[in-house]
Write a protein that binds this ligand. Sequence first.
Ligand code: PHE
Length: 366
Amino acid sequence: TLANSSVPAAEVMPARIRGRVPEAIWRRTSARLHKKPLHPLCTLRTEIASYFENRHPGVFNMHSDLSPIVTTKQCFDDLLVPVDHPSRAPTDTYYVDDDVVLRTHMTAHDVAFMQQGKTALLLCGDVYRRDTVDRTHYPVFHQVDSMRLYPPATERALIQRDLQADLTGLAYHLFGSDAKLRWVDGYFPFTSPSFELEVFWEGEWLELLGCGLLHREVLFKANVASDVNGWAFGLGLERLAMVLFQIPDIRLFWSEDERFASQFSSGTLSDRFKPFSSFPSVEKDISFWVNGNFHENDLCEIARSLGGDLVENVSLLDRFQRDGNISLCYRMVFRSMERSLTHDEINNIYYDIRESVATSLPVTLR
Ligand code: PHE
């Protein structure tokens, strides 16, 4: 069941509707890693679903097949994301056309479900964000998102306690009953108050999820009665799976290598990843003068679309200014997790990247 049936599923969209979305990204819309049996993201999804099912039998229905193509209204306007918010910028979001995007978060579906009268949901799916390239960032990742409405006149303080109890329970379920957790204030346009739950893991506080009480105006847009309140939360699966299963690089989730898949044979949280090799990296630098509105994400997009998953990291190495002009130097690190790379292969990709940067970005190569 689609929350918004006017938007067809990605696979049945005619090619022309791909619009401005790069081919390499578009292909990901049919991968559905969160539904692939024994895949760590699928294991995590089912683990979260069964936690909620045990805690509140029959209350939450999971939807995992919603099309990632949504309107800007669903993704931003209905959730009170300000018009000038950076998350709406074409440097951060994949626009199919002016008012259709690849969803940047699963919360995009909440209002439509509430309009249909649903009072409790668990959603899981792929979300898309343009970003820099490193070990923990990939332009496609997966989220579990949830919403629950309470009976009329339920006190907001009670709803908040319920939310926080459900979520600390989830964190203990995933990280063990001796996990160290803390709540910090958060900010999301569609919840108020908002919180983030963090877990102390290997010496660091990691952000686990964002949540809060649904904003009155969002409930109003969703035609929810004025004495009804509820909560929402959202959580990214990749970061969580990387920590729980000890997966060192986010690209591994997309690997077709049997040596990856075969390590997750139990389909439970006790699976652990043992790195199968570390092949040498090849580094290439690219330097240019900036002539206009240059955005790092555009460079990363070019590197990714030409280098695919061989691109491990793109980072700023040097920046200087001369006679009012800015020069940037970026280092690109290439590595395969499956084989050794040849210099010829990387040189070809590197020259293609240089050419594409020179012709499509507001820069002059040095
Ligand atoms: N949608 C938010 C994100 O992607 C997470 C969130 C969901 C926060 C629901 C609060 C409530 O970061």
